[in-house]
Write a protein that binds this ligand. Structure first.
Ligand code: URA
Length: 433
């Protein structure tokens, strides 16, 4: 078999055989296929798509490319949650603690930032000492004791995805349904979770910009999960404007802690407790989603979720004092620069992906794979779509370690709109079960 023939077949719109997909995944993992041929096939998949059979074969071969975690030592239904990626989307961080505080084991395997989106692991690393790489046995012990852990795809979980993920990021082939589905589900199946909720983001700041594409991705993800016997559902949720107010690694951890104190922004609390409500039902702690949601709300307001969060941070080597004094423990930006409204009115647009790009350019995200992150920088919004503003009132604060942020202000000025009125925003569009 020759890789060039596989590229030619896909480029011409043909369906790849199981053997061709196996050859490709094997070659990616053992290094016999050079990056330029892998990239060419990724681009051909991007344009030609994949059938349901190809998509599920690609997922299974990527999953089989590495180890399979055995979580059977953890009693109860093991639940995980994954997002397809957004701006300001820090839900996984408080959610693991909220659901864990209900006594449901949450062994969460998360990722790093991709494109303009932030990554859960990058955010957690803003907490001094926090280890995202722990051994399988430490992971299992921690989930048994603390009820939750958030780690990276350890050592040899879906190694094919590691390579393909990095190449997609630099070849502009991220927003492809079969490639996203293969990437997420290969890791989730290998991680041995019993049940999974996927938050499929839709809109300007998501990889899927339209509701139709988001629905197709949600169906693909749920279909693959159910095909291997996993309890699996997806929620399609808004990513036209950033979620919550904070964008940037340490800033998002601080906002997660505020939420765990019952003082978080309304949209972040609503999404976290709704997903938590479904998880409480899947985990057998509630008979309805509404009852589960109420349990999650209670845990945010009675301190139990915050205590579980502290337990998880300390178990993974992080400084638990972060929950009492986030600013004292995590790195702080040198400059805090206000961004005033050019006129009075109502905020009608905050283009999420461009705000994500602005945070990345401050140093909060990677422009090249080996870029070092600046955990302190980012943006905190003071206004969201639908809010009234006066001329000259601050719309947001830019947290920066450089004094000159004219480039950032230029991006924000063209991507935040003030009008007479604003269309009402939906937070949750639909669920796919
Ligand atoms: N998260 C992943 O793990 N992979 C993707 O492709 C997108 C989001």
């Amino acid at each position: 078999m020759r890789m060039v023939d596989i590229i030619h077949a896909k480029r011409s719109g043909e369906e790849l055989t199981d053997e061709q997909i196996q050859f490709f995944v094997d070659g990616v993992v053992d290094g016999s296929i050079p990056d330029y041929q892998t990239s060419a096939l990724l681009m051909a998949i991007y344009f030609q798509g994949m059938t349901e059979r190809e998509q599920s074969t690609l997922t299974m071969k990527m999953m089989e490319s590495g180890d399979h975690l055995d979580l059977s030592g953890i009693p109860g239904v093991k639940l995980d949650k994954h997002s397809t990626g957004g701006v300001g989307d820090k839900v996984s961080i408080p959610l693991a603690a909220v659901v864990g505080s209900l006594g449901i084991p949450v062994p969460m395997i998360s990722g790093r930032g991709l494109g303009h989106t932030g990554g859960t692991l990058d955010k957690l690393e803003a907490i001094p000492g926090y280890q995202v790489e722990i051994s399988e046995q430490e992971f299992i012990n921690q989930v048994k004791k603390e009820k939750c852990a958030i780690i990276g795809a350890t050592g040899n979980i879906a190694p094919a995805d590691k390579k393909i993920y990095a190449l997609r990021d630099v070849t502009d082939t991220v927003d492809s349904i079969p490639l996203i589905a293969g990437s997420i589900m290969s890791k989730k199946i290998a991680s041995g979770t019993d049940a999974l909720i996927i938050d499929v983001k839709t809109g300007a700041g998501a990889f899927m910009k339209t509701l139709d594409d988001s629905r197709n991705l949600a169906k693909a993800l749920v279909g693959i999960g159910k095909g291997v016997g996993m309890q699996c559902m997806a929620m399609i949720t808004d990513m036209n404007q950033p979620l919550g107010n904070a964008i940037g690694n340490a800033l998002e951890i601080k906002e997660s802690i505020e939420l765990l104190r019952g003082e978080g922004p309304a949209d972040l609390e609503e999404l976290t407790t709704t997903i938590g409500g479904y998880m409480a039902k899947m985990g057998g702690k509630a008979s309805t989603v509404e009852e589960g949601k109420q349990l999650c709300e209670a845990s945010l307001h009675d301190g139990s979720a915050l205590a579980t969060f502290r337990g998880m941070i300390e178990a993974q080597g992080g400084d638990g004092n972060v929950v009492d004094d986030p600013d004292g423990v995590m790195p702080q930006a040198k400059y805090k620069i206000e961004f005033p409204a050019s006129k009075a009115g109502v905020i009608s647009k905050i283009v999420a992906d461009e705000v994500g790009v602005a945070s990345m350019l401050l140093g909060g995200g990677r422009q090249k794979a080996d870029d070092k992150l600046d955990y302190a920088v980012g943006i905190v919004l003071h206004k969201k779509i639908g809010d009234k503003v006066d001329a000259g009132e601050s719309l947001l604060t830019i947290y920066s370690n450089r004094e000159d942020v004219d480039d950032i202000k230029k991006i924000l000025a063209t991507n935040i709109e003030i009008s007479e009125s604003a269309k009402p925003m939906k937070l949750i569009y639909e669920t796919i079960e």
